[in-house]
Design a protein around this ligand. Structure first.
Ligand SMILES: Nc1ncnc2c1ncn2[C@@H]1O[C@H](COP(=O)(O)OP(=O)(O)OP(=O)(O)O)[C@@H](O)[C@H]1O
Ligand SMILES: [Mg+2]
Length: 330
């Protein structure tokens, strides 16, 4: 194994959170948090949402890490997939001051839902449900293009994909290239799993990108890029894998989480070179060994890996005064 140290782990985590420009430097970076239920993946992702930053154009990460005091770090736009059981209520500014008091100014939070959907958001605790819609800034979108226009910069944007999603004409054309949907009639509505909306949206993000830095935070990433797809969905994942090249150059980063690496499609999984391993994970494609993970605390510790070269043991705290679980009901 290469280098192992706690100091290095801090640096590797910071490196996941700070991005430079894809023309002068590395651009968007990809990281995956891997571990079983309840090890703290979502907790770290919520912290990441507040902490992602980027450097000014022309400043590379190498320059920054040599003299961090010399350069400004700018809050980065975050786009997060909203889940039915989620924790983003900890990022509502009124809760933020209890939970993230030493993180500086909060990023503004907006929740995006499709115009045909109605969502009720609740905080659930000890058998009671409290509706919190009035505490949230909610915007509606018609399609991926409008969602792209509605994204609030330097803020946290939680996105609920449409509950009824139909493939767009542009996507049908792409599938036609694989000669898979040659029979699709013009204007025919093809019902698709809602998660496929992310393919359309990420393509939009890359196509319209102007170098603005953005982090996609995709908790439970296996919902979007599962292993063992068939037919058209298999081809769509190929297309998403190709988008990852554009994402990097266009300053779009990915911080994802999954219970087990093998739950992800190999074309996506193998393009993510930064990994955070928790106790109980099964690292099959890594030099990190299960024995090393067994030595970690049940919660609050992880091993960070970069490209099978750098490894470090990393500690993190729970979010102080975190509000109860959030339930999104469509
Ligand atoms: N460092 C920590 N110390 C103590 N408790 C923690 C720590 N980090 C997180 N927790 C708590 O552990 C519980 C599980 O955390 P979290 O929801 O982040 O796990 P998860 O890996 O996302 O689980 P799941 O796979 O079920 O979604 C939460 O109640 C959280 O507040
Ligand atoms: Mg979770």
């Amino acid at each position: 194994m290469g280098e192992i140290s706690s100091k290095l782990a801090e640096q590797l985590w910071a490196d996941i959170l700070i991005h430079d420009d894809g023309i002068d430097g590395t651009g968007g970076s990809f990281a995956n948090l891997i571990g079983p239920f309840g090890v703290g993946k979502s907790t770290l992702l919520m912290q990441a949402a507040q902490l992602t930053r980027h450097l000014d154009y022309g400043v590379t990460k190498t320059q920054f890490w040599q003299h961090p005091e010399r350069y400004e770090v700018i809050p980065e736009t975050v786009i997060m997939k909203g889940l039915s059981d989620d924790h983003w209520n900890t990022l509502i500014p009124k809760n933020y001051k209890n939970s993230f008091s030493n993180y500086g100014k909060p990023k503004y939070l907006t929740v995006h839902i499709h115009e045909d959907d109605e969502y009720r958001f609740y905080e659930v605790s000890r058998g009671t449900k409290r509706k919190i819609n009035h505490e949230i800034n909610i915007r509606t979108y018609q399609d991926g293009a409008q969602l792209h226009d509605n994204i609030r910069l330097e803020a946290i944007n939680v996105v609920y994909e449409p509950t009824n999603y139909h493939l767009t004409t542009a996507i049908l054309k792409k599938l036609n290239q694989y000669k898979l949907k040659s029979t699709a009639e013009k204007n025919e509505l093809i019902n698709a799993p809602p998660e496929l909306f992310w393919f359309e949206f990420i393509e939009n993000l890359c196509r319209q990108a102007d170098g603005t830095h953005c982090s996609l935070i995709l908790d439970e990433f296996h919902l979007i890029a599962p292993a063992y797809t068939q037919g058209d969905t298999f081809h769509m994942i190929n297309w998403l894998a190709h988008q990852m090249i554009h994402m990097r150059k266009n300053n779009i980063s990915l911080i994802a989480s999954t219970h087990e690496e093998n739950l992800l499609d190999y074309r996506i999984r193998d393009r993510i070179v930064r990994k955070v391993w928790f106790k109980g994970a099964l690292p099959k494609t890594s030099m990190v060994k299960i024995q090393a993970l067994r030595g970690l605390k049940d919660i609050g510790e992880a091993i960070i890996e970069e490209r099978q070269i750098k490894f470090g043991k990393f500690s993190f705290d729970k979010i102080p005064e975190q509000p109860p679980l959030l339930k999104a009901v469509a």
